[in-house]
Design a protein around this ligand. Structure first.
Ligand code: NDP
Ligand code: MG
Length: 393
């Protein structure tokens, strides 16, 4: 029996993880679940899975949930705040941690899971983008096992040889990450300037949380994924390419020096990579529909347009600049996306804000999490100043 902690159990990835686990009650037991705002959802989750630990954000929420669960006859321990998240992520009674909190809030708990030597199922790409080498060093020096949940990286993982060594990726010529292109793939620059948050979160192929949906629409999601692929697979930026593939059937590809290209295909359903990583190296049923290629008939591919979607190149530039530039890029993007979702910033101002922040903030080499958090805070501050200026004029 494997005991699983789900960080971000009330989110989209959290829900898909619970669905896969429900298919295999003989193999998996939910050890801990965490939430931030959605208390009703967390309560339902506790009643259904009877976890040992639940984590909420405030002491008031913790007291309320604890009372409800007690009167339902459960003895779930309810913790709160970042300390609660870290305790759940590193508890010795769990062997696997699904890291599915969105954004920088997931950094410390995900890192705690790596330091505790867990099997870390990584959905929270922002944590890796922010802390790159520090995170990978924590994985390697504590014998943690890192399994990618992001569909592209899971596809690359499946397309690499089983004995693949990140330190010397011999024989790999390029990694090709596919991008759906998002809901605005065919919008003109003028149309992009007018798009609303509601339109941005309506992704054509995937059902996801709001932040990653906006990132998919701006192609920043793909930019973050280029940085994620660099750290996961030890491949330099110039060997990672992005191809727009609107059907989202090929989830990514690895090209080898002999001309072979290996890819993973499937319906766009996150239960597939989740089941892969949960079961690895075994295979599990996921509940997803099987792929019907005849029905799809046609798979198409184009290059991303850097003029309409500048975020992708901003991410490449941050990766090439090195130091803590990816940390600043991620922080600026989180602030920009939150402001866009609140109608305080236009969609086309998102890359302008990020570029401005990267110009303003110093992004030195860093070697501790405290230094990462300093750069993150400076970039957030600069991003908020940009928004204030944009709102005043
Ligand atoms: P959601 O917004 O659906 O869920 C986010 C989860 O994080 C929720 O459980 C939420 O709690 C919790 N959360 C939010 N803010 C905080 C905080 N400050 N502290 C603690 N917990 C917090 O996002 P997704 O599930 O879509 O995405 C999760 C991660 O997985 C992201 O990093 C995303 O990039 C990545 N990912 C997602 C994919 C997808 O298909 N959805 C695909 C590939 C990667 P609550 O809801 O209770 O407020
Ligand atoms: Mg992805």
């Amino acid at each position: 029996m494997r005991y699983i902690t789900i960080l971000g159990a009330t989110g989209s990835i959290g829900a898909s993880t619970l669905e896969v686990i429900k298919l295999h009650p003989d193999r998996y037991k939910v050890f801990a679940v965490t939430a931030y705002n959605q208390m009703d959802r967390l309560e339902q989750c506790c009643l259904a899975y009877n976890p040992t630990i639940a984590v909420v954000s405030t002491p008031q929420q913790a007291r309320a949930l604890s009372n409800i669960l007690k009167s339902a006859g459960l003895d779930t321990e309810v913790l709160y705040g970042e300390e609660g998240l870290i305790a759940a992520a590193s508890d010795s009674q769990a062997d696997t941690v699904m890291a599915a909190i969105v954004g920088a809030a997931g950094l410390k708990p995900t890192l705690a899971a790596a330091k505790a030597g867990k099997r870390v199922l990584l959905a929270n790409k922002e944590a890796l983008v922010m802390s790159g080498k520090i995170f990978m060093d924590a994985v390697n020096s504590n014998q943690a096992k890192l399994l990618p949940i992001d569909s592209e990286h899971n596809a690359v993982f499946q397309s690499l040889p089983a004995h693949f060594d990140r330190a010397s990726p011999l024989g790999v010529r390029r990694i090709l990450l596919t991008a759906s292109g998002g809901p605005f793939l065919n919008h003109s620059e003028d149309m992009l300037a007018e798009v609303t948050p509601d339109a941005a979160v309506r992704h054509p192929n995937w059902v996801m949380g709001r932040k990653i949906s906006v990132d998919s629409a701006s192609l920043m999601n793909k930019g973050l994924e280029v940085i994620e692929a660099h750290w996961l697979f030890g491949v330099p930026a110039n060997k990672i390419e992005v191809i727009v593939h609107p059907q989202s059937i090929i989830h990514s590809l690895v090209e080898y020096i002999d001309g072979s290209v290996i890819a993973e295909l499937g319906n766009p359903d996150m239960r597939v990579p989740i089941a892969h990583a949960l079961g690895y190296p075994e295979r599990l049923t996921s509940g997803a529909d099987f792929l019907d290629l005849i029905r799809h008939g046609k798979l198409t591919f184009t290059s991303p347009d850097p003029n309409r979607f500048p975020c992708l190149n901003l991410a490449y530039a941050a990766l090439n600049a090195g130091g803590s530039a990816p940390t600043a890029l991620n922080a600026a993007n989180e602030i920009a996306v939150a402001a866009f979702l609140e109608n305080r910033l236009s969609f086309t101002s998102i890359p302008l804000l990020i570029e401005d922040v990267l110009d303003m903030v110093s992004c030195p080499e860093v070697s501790t999490i405290e230094e990462i958090i300093e750069v993150d805070a400076a970039a957030r501050h600069a991003a908020m100043m940009f928004i204030d200026r944009a709102t005043v004029h």
